[in-house]
Ligand binder design. Structure first.
Ligand code: SF4
Length: 436
């Protein structure tokens, strides 16, 4: 839909929107309020745009004047892609070394910033430099990665065990129910076919995870920019229409790519036939069964800017499918910008889908062996972050509400009942009162 008054054809972007177009719907901020300002921090401070769900931040950045030289941030003149190549080629395994040897002259010896620290942490994790809470890596992580859990609005955390392919035994379901009951957690089934447990205090995370790990669960990485889930329909095993075993394939893919750190989160799904019950075409990489094998789709996305995935290859065998996904994911991780989903990357990268197809299917750059080797290294080096954490007193020491009173729970994390479970007790905001 073109804004009123504009003729076609027009390259539609935020620049083409009228001044009264709402950019931040959380705080009802229009384009006209944003464009006189000069930086994102200024926009956030003056209008509160970008401080709600955050989905408008990319649009805000497009509306603001372009500054700088295209570098990642004030600390690095290199892009994320260049930093990845430096870390890979020169075997740089620490943020300190990357900053001191390849940062801007004025940033060397400094502490870095909130843009480059998580971006470099992600690069180092993608290249397999150990547990993310060890050594200097711990200080680079965002809040969620810092505690291997997702912080919620009252300061409590949520816990998401991995349930590969959405398949779970009754015994494991019972364990989740018992843990939730014993710690009074709110339980909800997620869109990714797993179970989210909400309402844990930070000091409860290790004991809860110790029980889950003992029952055979592992981190679902819901807190990380990494693979989330590979959804599946029941496929040929149960469904009369199925032509392949979609559950088996989804489990194989989820176990292969679990823990893979990437520029943004990765979602996937496998459908057992063209009816597409698992919605594979809305995923970063989606698989649909055919009578002859599998079709692979890439670059799909739900969220604020939905995008149907593009077909990358057809009628693949199991091995061909896995090999192509290995290459696709590693090429994306290598070349995407920070916080860039596959959908945006596919549209931004020069040559688009055709180029990506040439690289990962036809090996036009001659890098496929390297991409496959990088993935093989990831697969063989994978360890469950929570299993390793609950065994290590040093890593566990961070899970306290107050560093100077480690045994004291945070008294401000409180709950009230709702529909037979708990919900956060929040202060009633003046705004909410006004809205009633
Ligand atoms: S996608 Fe096909 S195989 Fe899977 S549940 Fe739906 S109809 Fe059945």
């Amino acid at each position: 839909m073109l804004p009123a008054g504009l003729g076609a054809p027009v390259a539609l972007g935020p620049e083409a929107l009228p001044d009264d177009a709402v950019i931040c719907s959380c705080h009802n901020v229009t384009k006209g309020e944003v464009t006189p300002l000069s930086s994102l921090p200024e926009v956030k401070k003056c209008t509160r745009a970008g401080t709600g769900c955050g989905s408008c931040v990319k649009t805000l950045e497009k509306l603001l004047p372009k500054t700088g030289d295209g570098g990642l941030c004030d600390c690095f003149a290199h892009t994320r892609q260049e930093l990845y190549e430096i870390a890979l080629a020169l075997r740089v395994g620490s943020y300190r070394r990357l900053l001191d040897e390849h940062g801007r002259p004025q940033a060397r010896g400094g502490e870095g910033c909130e843009i480059c620290k998580p971006a470099v942490a992600s690069i180092l994790a993608s290249l397999g430099h150990g547990h993310i809470l060890d050594g200097e890596q711990a200080a680079l992580q965002d809040t969620n990665d810092h505690f291997l859990a997702n912080i919620q609005r009252n300061g409590s955390y949520s816990i998401v065990p991995r349930i590969p392919g959405g398949e779970i035994t009754p015994d494991k379901l019972i364990v989740i129910g018992e843990v939730a009951r014993d710690y009074g957690l709110y339980t909800k089934i997620t869109g990714g076919q797993r179970i989210d447990l909400f309402g844990a205090r930070v000091d409860q995370l290790p004991v809860i995870w110790a029980r889950l790990v003992a029952a055979g669960f592992e981190s679902g990485h819901a807190y990380g920019k990494s693979l989330r889930t590979v959804k599946s329909c029941v496929g040929q095993t149960w469904c009369r229409y199925g032509v392949q075993d979609s559950v088996k394939m989804a489990i194989e893919l989820e176990l292969r790519y679990r823990g893979l750190r990437s520029p943004h989160k990765l979602k996937s799904a496998v459908s057992g036939c063209a009816r597409e019950c698992a919605e594979a075409q809305s995923k970063d990489f989606g698989v649909i069964a055919t009578a002859n094998g599998w079709n692979l789709y890439v670059g799909g996305n739900g969220g604020a800017t939905p995008r149907h995935a593009d077909l990358l290859a057809q009628d693949l065998t199991d091995n061909e499918l896995v090999r192509l996904i290995d290459r696709f994911l590693m090429f994306y991780i290598r070349t995407a910008d920070r916080l860039e989903r596959t959908s945006v990357w596919l549209e931004r990268i020069e040559g688009g889908l055709k180029h990506v197809k040439d690289v990962v299917v036809n090996d036009s750059l001659g890098i496929c062996d390297e991409l496959e080797a990088l993935m093989a290294t990831h697969v063989s080096a994978y360890r469950d972050e929570w299993a390793e954490t609950v065994e290590d007193p040093e890593r566990l020491a961070r899970f306290v509400s107050f560093v100077n009173a480690p045994g004291t729970p945070d008294p401000t994390v409180r709950f009230v009942p709702e529909r037979g479970q708990i919900k956060p007790e929040l202060p009633v905001l003046a705004l909410e009162v006004a809205a009633r």
